[in-house]
Structures are given as C-alpha cells and as structure tokens.
Design a protein around this ligand. Sequence first.
Ligand SMILES: C[S@@+](CC[C@H](N)C(=O)[O-])C[C@H]1O[C@@H](n2cnc3c(N)ncnc32)[C@H](O)[C@@H]1O
Length: 236
Amino acid sequence: MDRRETWDRFYAQQDGATTHFDWFFSYEVVSGILLWALETPSPALAPTRVLDVGCGTSDLGLGLYRDCPRPVHVCCVDTSPVAIRALRQLLRTAPPPQRALSRLRLGIADGTALGATRGGRAGSVFHLVLDKGTCDALLRCPRGPGRAERLVRECLRVLRPGGCLLQFSDEDPDARIPFLERAGGAGSVAVQEVRGHYYAYALRKPGSEGPAAEAPRVQPGAEGGVAGSAGPQWSC
Ligand SMILES: C[S@@+](CC[C@H](N)C(=O)[O-])C[C@H]1O[C@@H](n2cnc3c(N)ncnc32)[C@H](O)[C@@H]1O
C-alpha cells in the first residue's frame, strides 16, 4: 500500500475526472473538526497554511479551501501523479473559495521526505497537516512502521510550533496512540471517534503559537457525524 504503482492503478480505475474518491468518508463528515483545527492562531492577516499529505482525489483540501472563513493556502500532495492529475481536473469545475485570497496548490511529493521533493515545502510553515488514510497505508505495507514513523516525523517537522497534525484512521486508539506518541516524540495525542468506526487523532507540535494538545473545544454536532452530541467530544 505504499507503492506508487499500486495507487496509480487504483486511481486509474476510479472515475477521477468527474468525482472525488474519498477513503473512509468525505469532507462534510469532518468539516467541523477541520474548522476547529484551523482555530490555531495565526498572525492576523497571514493566510492559514494547510498540507493534505497523501491527498489522493479526496475532497478534504478542496472543501477547506472553499469553506474556510479566512484566507487559507492549502497544499495537497501525493506520490501518485495519476491522483494529482485527476484532482487537478476536478478543480476546474470547483466553486470559488469564500475568501479571494485563498489558494490551492497540488503537487507530487513523498510525505516521508517532504523537504527533498518538488511538491513539498521545506521548513516549518504549516498550521495544519491532514492525513486521511495515508499513515494507515504505510503501516500496512511490508516495510511497516518505519516508513509510517518517518511520515509522522516529517509532518511534525513541516508544522509551525503550536500547529496540529490531524490523522483520520480506522485504527483503534489502543494501537494508534502509542504509535503516535513514539513517532511524534513529544506532546500528547487527543482522539475523537468519527461515525463509530473511525477516529480523528490530533497531535499538537509543542510551541508557543497555539494551545497544547489537550481536549479541544468542539461544538456538539458541529462535526456532522461525530459520535455523541453533548459534553467533551475528545479524550486525551
Ligand atoms: C488510503 S489512500 C487515502 C487518500 C486520501 N487521503 C483520501 O482520504 O481518500 C492513501 C494515499 O496515500 C498516498 N501515499 C502513499 N504513500 C505516500 C507517501 N509516501 N507520500 C505521499 N502520499 C502517499 C497514496 O497514493 C494514496 O493516495
């Protein structure tokens, strides 16, 4: 599941020119969680920077770009050129963003080596890094946790201090939390159930630009599909 050719074949079989393919669930299901994560403070007029690593043809990055109430620069990267081509095609018919200053960039990049790849960006520039199913794909490949740990470390490296890595996965917290704590090296992991079968894991990069990774405030029901409707939605 970490081989580019496998994913190229997969996306070639999808109808990528007219519809998004979304692993687990689509943007609408977790838009509340995403907009919460974007509450991370950023300098007043500066755009919020988001990286979707292993984007495939998902509508996650596009949804944020469209709906974010303040200027956002979204960068979607994947190792599969077939996926990136299809996503570019879908962009042509996408509605404009809420904010004219928002930007969406697509690129081919390896999430385990972001600084060294053309579509990636070196340095700690992102407020939010999204990973929906990408870490899972690496964890399930024969080369196993080593590559997945590299992915997590790279995601944290490109985050600004206080920025958030948000992973969506079907892996149980008993397994994913210790993995993220080990791979992430520092900071605690917050988890929220999504639709009963999936989880959102939030890992905040230590630093001064945002609150620590503790139970974030999520408006009940705002996430549209997250289990439960009252009280704290996240546990640490
Ligand atoms: C399970 S799919 C998820 C796709 C998308 N995030 C979604 O929600 O539909 C995993 C994606 O990770 C991509 N991928 C696998 N290894 C990668 C790597 N090292 N760097 C970047 N993307 C990778 C694959 O091409 C594939 O698009």
